[in-house]
Design a protein around this ligand. Sequence first.
Ligand SMILES: Cc1cc2nc3c(=O)[nH]c(=O)nc-3n(C[C@H](O)[C@H](O)[C@H](O)COP(=O)(O)OP(=O)(O)OC[C@H]3O[C@@H](n4cnc5c(N)ncnc54)[C@H](O)[C@@H]3O)c2cc1C
Length: 272
Amino acid sequence: MKPAPFDYVRARSVGQAASTLADAAGDGKILAGGQSLLPVLALRMARPRVLVDINRIAGLATVHPTDGMVRMGALVRHSQLAEQREHPLLAEAARWIGHTAIRSRGTLGGSLAHADPAAELPTVAAALDATVHITGPSGSRTTTATEFLVGALETTLADDEVITAIDLPLPTRWGFAELSRRHGDFGLVTVVAAEVDGHRRIAIGGVGSVPLRPAEAEHLLNEDAPLARVAAAAGAVAAPSGDLHAPAAYRQAMTEEFTRRALAAMSTNSTA
Ligand SMILES: Cc1cc2nc3c(=O)[nH]c(=O)nc-3n(C[C@H](O)[C@H](O)[C@H](O)COP(=O)(O)OP(=O)(O)OC[C@H]3O[C@@H](n4cnc5c(N)ncnc54)[C@H](O)[C@@H]3O)c2cc1C
């Protein structure tokens, strides 16, 4: 199938993108890498009247390290994330996304806005309590990734708002572990462990409608409990549903196992 007809606007500034979306009154969509949006349009699961292309807006694809964190522009491509050296955890996570063609177009802002529960980058953002910078027609705001991601394919983004950048704290130690059936598939379970400002966190993707932050497991981890106990506590909060790729019980068991692996990796990955 082909997309339904739409008007195409190539925005030259974030302000122009936001005001064009506002004029579309809920019937407009931002086009970034197109790797999630275009399949949706082609299947006619969405029929926006206007597509606002943000790819030519200057300054949205920068990687800017500052004290203890890295500010990534919304248009930073997955391939750029995979290659940069400023944020090694993000580089590792981006390498697991899809295939070369997808990584060369897909963007960090698009991945967060799309909010697929199995996507790698929102799971990293949740683990790090990343800050999302958003601009709308009446001004700018910031929010945390955890507040931003409210459900499967659901965020707090208004119809006329644009993600401009994401601040990602730089962990001193980190671990990433993902189970997928083939390289490039979405993860059945993705676990990120990270230490920021001396506090260790865990985020789990693919086993709930948003990346999970298992409070009891994080508490045990920060109390230096045995890794097996931490992993068991993380597995206990997973609420996976079964599908043709894996039954729920298998995903549950793998949450525990891949938490154990992410924690083990944390003892070797260090940016200190
Ligand atoms: C075959 C295939 C395999 C894939 N495998 C994986 C995978 O393993 N892991 C993974 O995480 N992803 C995977 N993806 C998805 C890919 O990562 C997408 O690039 C990403 O989900 C969306 O980014 P995008 O820039 O392409 O956004 P688009 O497709 O352009 O947009 C997606 C949505 O976000 C909105 N949007 C985009 N940018 C902004 C912004 N700056 N502000 C506000 N709203 C915005 C759009 O309006 C749209 O609603 C795969 C895609 C394909 C086609």
